[in-house]
Design a protein around this ligand. Structure first.
Ligand SMILES: O=P(O)(O)OC[C@H]1O[C@](O)(COP(=O)(O)O)[C@@H](O)[C@@H]1O
Ligand SMILES: [Mg+2]
Ligand SMILES: [Mg+2]
Length: 336
C-alpha cells in the first residue's frame, strides 16, 4: 500500500526503499510478536558506535533492514548499529539513515519499540559522510514503524503524514489515517523526569510551570506520559497532540541530549511538520540542522505548535551552553 502511494507520487526509487523497509519491518514484527518464544531478545552483546550495549533484537533488526536495503536502490546506509557509513550499491540514487530498533530499554518486557528512517539523495561518488551532512530538509521521505499492540508504519513523502497498519493475515500495510493533523494546543507532555536535577533552567522552568497547572502561568492542568520509546511517544503526539522533550542536560555525554539527529530527530521532525506540528532543539528548527557526523546527537522538542513555541520562549533564543550559564536567570520567562 505504501509502495502504491509513493509510486503514484512519482517517487519510484523512494517507493522501492519504503517497500524494502516495510518488508523488513514485517519480519521484525513477527520476531517481536513471538516475545520470549523467539528467545531472549534482550540478551546483551557488544557496544554499538554510541557506547550503548546492543541487545539481541538490535542486532536482528539491523541485519534484517540491511539485507532489505541491499536489494533496494540504496547507495549508503547510516545505521545506529554500525560505526561508519555502510556502502551498499555504489551509484544508486538514495541514502538511508536508520535506527533499526528504537526504544531498546523496552525490549523483553512486551512494550512498544520501533524502527525509524530518513531517506535522502545519495551524494554522487561519496567516500565519506557527504550524503548525510545535508540538513533534514533534504529528506525525500521519512517514517517510523511502531511494533506495539498493532504494527503501524507512519510515513511522509513530503506531502502530509499517513499511517498504515499491518494486516497480519495478508502481510501488507493498509492505509488507516490518510492525513494526520496534530492539534495546535495540548495539555500533555513527555519527558524523562528522573533527569530533572540535571536540566538547564529553561527546561526546568517549563516543566515546573506545567506541574503548577491552573495555579501557574500556563493556566491549564497538564497530564504526563512517558513511554521510554521515542516512536511510541511520537505516535501518541501525532495522533492526539502534546509535546515531547529530550533536552541536553548536565550529565556527562548528554550536553546534546540522548537522541540522534540523522536517524531519530530529523525523520520525526519531518513527520511532525508534515502533520502540522513542530520540532526544535530549543533554538533552531530541527530540519535546518546539518549533521557533521552520522551519530551526532541533538536536543529534541517536538509536538503541538503552541507547546513547541512555548518551550522555545523559555530558551529565549539562547543556545544550550547559554542556558547552562550561571548568568542565565533562575526564573522562567513566563513567571512574574
Ligand atoms: O533512557 P531514557 O532517558 O529514558 O531514554 C529513552 C530514549 O532512548 C531511546 O530508547 C533511544 O533510542 P535507542 O533505543 O534506539 O538507542 C528512545 O527511544 C527513548 O526516547
Ligand atoms: Mg532510537
Ligand atoms: Mg536503536
Amino acid at each position: 500500500m505504501a509502495q502504491a502511494v509513493a509510486a503514484e507520487s512519482g517517487l519510484a526509487d523512494v517507493a522501492a526503499v519504503v517497500a524494502a523497509i516495510a518488508g523488513a519491518a514485517i519480519d521484525i514484527s513477527e520476531v517481536i510478536g513471538r516475545g520470549a518464544l523467539a528467545g531472549d531478545l534482550a540478551a546483551t552483546g557488544e557496544q554499538n558506535s554510541d557506547g550503548d550495549v546492543q541487545k539481541a533484537l538490535d542486532v536482528i533488526a539491523h541485519q534484517r533492514v540491511t539485507e532489505a536495503l541491499q536489494a533496494a536502490p540504496v547507495a549508503e546506509v547510516a545505521s545506529e548499529e554500525a560505526e561508519d557509513v555502510m556502502r551498499l550499491n555504489p551509484g544508486a540514487p538514495l541514502a538511508v539513515a536508520i535506527d533499526p530498533l528504537d526504544g531498546s530499554s523496552n525490549i523483553g518486557v512486551n512494550m512498544a519499540v520501533g524502527t525509524i528512517f530518513g531517506i535522502r539523495p545519495a551524494a554522487p561518488g561519496a567516500t565519506g559522510h557527504e550524503s548525510f551532512t545535508t540538513p533534514g530538509t533534504a529528506q525525500l521521505a521519512a517514517g517510523f514503524v511502531t511494533y506495539g499492540p498493532a504494527t503501524a508504519l507512519v510515513l511522509t513523502l513530503g506531502e502530509g503524514t499517513q499511517i498504515f497498519v499491518l494486516d497480519r493475515s495478508e502481510r501488507a500495510f493498509r492505509l488507516t489515517h490518510p492525513s494526520l493533523d496534530v492539534p495546535v494546543s495540548a495539555k500533555e507532555y513527555a519527558i524523562n523526569a528522573s533527569n530533572a536535577r540535571h536540566w538547564d533552567t529553561p527546561i526546568r522552568s517549563f516543566v515546573e510551570d506545567c506541574l503548577r497547572g491552573t495555579e501557574g502561568p500556563r493556566d491549564k492542568d497538564f497530564n504526563m506520559r512517558w513511554l521510554g520509546s521515542l516512536v511510541a511517544d511520537a505516535q501518541r503526539v501525532l495522533m492526539r497532540g502534546g509535546v515531547f522533550l529530550y533536552p541536553g542536560d548536565n550529565r556527562k555525554g548528554y550536553a546534546q541530549g540522548r537522541l540522534r539527529l540523522l536517524y531519530e530527530a530529523a525523520p520525526i521532525a519531518m513527520l511532525m511538520e508534515q502533520a502540522g506540528a513542530g520540532a526544535t532543539d530549543g533554538e533552531r528548527r530541527i530540519l535546518d540542522i546539518e549533521a557533521t557526523g552520522i551519530h551526532e546527537r541533538v536536543p529534541l522538542v517536538f509536538g503541538s505548535q503552541e507547546e513547541v513555541a512555548c518551550v522555545a520562549k523559555y530558551f529565549g533564543g539562547r543556545n544550550h551552553a547559554a542556558g547552562r550559564s550561571p548568568l542565565f536567570g533562575q526564573r522562567g520567562l513566563m513567571r512574574g
